[in-house]
Ligand binder design. Sequence first.
Ligand code: DX5
Ligand code: ZN
Length: 218
Amino acid sequence: DRSIKIAPSILSADFANFGAEIQAIEAQGCDWVHVDVMDGHFVPNLTFGPPLVKAIRRHVKTFMDVHLMIAPVDPYIEAFAEAGADMISAHVEAGPHIHRTLQAIRAQGVKAGVVLNPATSLDTIEHLLDEIDMVLLMTVNPGFGGQNFIRSGIEKTRRLRALIGDRPVHIQIDGGVTPETAPLVAAAGADVLVAGSAVFKGGSVDKPEVYGENMRAI
Ligand code: DX5
Ligand code: ZN
């Protein structure tokens, strides 16, 4: 199934209103809910840890995709799995033993994703393709919402789709996804699109139809 899934990033939602925000985007037809965990060390920003992810989980009826921008990763895998993640994604740049990390994620009964920063080569995941459910290609430098899309991600997506072949591995794109950039990465072979500012801009929990319009435009 290669139909395009939309995964709004709640990094751009109202942090004091996660329950209502998640209900609003799900009512408007989002496929997954993307949760950005940042540690102020691997990336220059701080968001939230396992207790808040667990609280968010209670509102998610679709699929909760947890993007870890933390180092180290391994000491926290169990906590994020217990918090209710359906998928946990870890960066290849976060440590020397990404293979072990991905095995540890799957051992928790959770789907495993591997993430590449914009400058990281596809060579780094060539030998991981049978250990994962998704590759996440960053099309901004991680840490913040609302940045501009890095265009080298389009050709990278095309090459990754060829590398994956017929394996059941999703390609997720994260960063600067808008109605303008989404068709470019979808045509190159991406099937899960994260969008933060493009989904939440102009909307609110009182006007959820704006979120819906934004998602349909993507
Ligand atoms: C960035 C995060 C993204 C971010 C995307 O580090 O991983 O998920 O929320 O935001 P936009 O869609 O605004 O670029
Ligand atoms: Zn993300």
